[in-house]
Design a protein around this ligand. Structure first.
Ligand code: CO
Length: 147
């Protein structure tokens, strides 16, 4: 009986861990202009999603800056266009009306994070994340899936 309880306890503990992992996402970026993920899945029941972006490279943000910007895929062209227009003085931040959430732009050795609610996002919706530094969006792009 004792052993049975232990197994049940472990099973529920690991289920909670899996749940927690689904709401907290670690994204690494580097000097090769890459995110370490092409797809991120979160649980629709997450109250808050936290995305932590780390730049594991050495170049500073003016040369190899990275951010993590989430938006509805249909807005991609506008996100890129407004980011380019914002330019380096505004860290290539796109127009807020075109995105869901963004991190700041970071350089090598830096970390940043952003927390947001999934309110207004739909399970099965079409969402994309990208780095908006000009020229990076071709490689630094992935799908964000709410399930
Ligand atoms: Co970048």
């Amino acid at each position: 009986m004792l052993r049975y309880s232990f197994v049940v306890l472990c099973a529920s503990f690991s289920a909670q861990l899996a749940y927690a992992e689904n709401c907290k996402i670690d994204v690494k970026s580097d000097d090769k202009m890459q995110f370490d993920k092409k797809e991120i899945q979160v649980d629709a029941t997450c109250k808050q999603v936290e995305v932590k972006l780390t730049h594991t490279g050495k170049f500073n943000k003016s040369i190899m800056g990275h951010n993590w910007v989430l938006f509805e895929t249909k807005n991609k062209a506008d996100v890129l266009k407004t980011a380019e227009k914002a330019g380096p003085s505004k860290d290539y931040a796109p127009d807020k009306s075109k995105i869901i959430v963004e991190t700041k732009l970071i350089g090598g050795g830096e970390t940043t994070s952003v927390s947001f609610s999934l309110k207004g996002m739909k399970a099965g919706g079409d969402y994309t994340f990208i780095c908006t530094m000009p020229g990076h969006g071709g490689m630094m792009i992935g799908k964000f899936i709410v399930k």
